[in-house]
Structure formats: C-alpha cells, structure tokens
Design a protein around this ligand. Sequence first.
Ligand code: ADP
Length: 165
Amino acid sequence: MEEKIAVYPGSFDPITYGHLDIIKRAIKIFDKVIVAVAHNYDKQSLFTPEEKIEMIQEEVKGYPTVSVDTFHGLLMEYMQKVKATVALRGLRATSDFEYEYHMAAMNRSLSDDIDTLFMMTGKDYFFISSRTIKEVASLGGPVAGLVPEHVARKLKQKFSQRHKG
Ligand code: ADP
C-alpha cells in the first residue's frame, strides 16, 4: 500500500502550541507528515526560514514520522514532488474559514488529486496565533504556555535585539 503523506504548509512565524497540536493529531492519521515552511509569502516574517525550521525541528525531533522542509512557489507543485496527497490546514474560528475555503478551492483547481484537510485544535489552543504572540512578545509580555520554551526564548532574543538596534 502506498504511504499516506500529508504536508502541513504555513508561515510558522514562529511555531506555536496550536500548530504542534495539529501536527500531533495528524501523526495519528498519516504515515508521514511534512511540516513545510512557505518561502514566498507576501507577509513580512520576523524569523528567517532557517530559524523557523530550527525551532520546528527542535519540537518534533521525538516524532520519527514528521519531517520539516521549506518550499518556494506553488504548494501543489511541491506536494507532487514529495508525493503528498493531503494538505493540512488548521481552523481556529469561523473567521479562518473564508480565506481557507478559497485557498482550498484554488488548490483543487490546480490539482484535482490533492485534497485539503481541515483540522481543529484542542480547546486550549484555538485562540493562539503567531501574529498575536509576536505582538505580546514585542511588548515584553509573557508567551509561556502559548509557544514552547525554546521558541519563547528566541522571541525574547529577537525583540531585545530589535530594541537595541
Ligand atoms: P499562514 O500564514 O499560512 O496562515 P500559519 O503559520 O499562521 O500560516 O498557520 C499554518 C496553519 O495552521 C493555518 O492553516 C492556520 O490556520 C493554522 N493554525 C495556526 N494557529 C492555529 C491554532 N492555534 N489552532 C489551529 N490551527 C492553527
């Protein structure tokens, strides 16, 4: 039987407990899960792709079926290259839905063989977003409990460099 491979694409700027919850749920469903950091997003990132990968790797190193990668360009082309058939996306509130629905529809029109699977996080994580975490961290607020300790330290370092610079 062919391996069931899922790609979990995103900005991961930085990875949060919300993302990790989705990854842990996906492990139970798929033979392989590839966490794929998107390179070409319009968004301004706080962390470089290398920093994002390093932080994700640190968190998933105990899970042999999870790997971390980056991709440029179209997600559908990347998925064909790695032989993945499912794109994973997390849903927090209904506000995520419209954007995600359009993305999934566009991706379906680009490749009919690839499905988007939406997953809900656990109740403790649904309010977490990388954006709000960066806001809180930039103001010196506590982010422990929202991101892994290692990531919280990196956030602190980033913002203290910025304040100095
Ligand atoms: P993007 O910039 O593509 O939205 P993100 O890095 O913000 O990427 O998130 C990647 C995916 O994870 C998206 O589908 C997003 O909705 C989902 N996600 C982010 N945070 C959470 C969370 N706390 N609970 C569930 N899904 C989440």
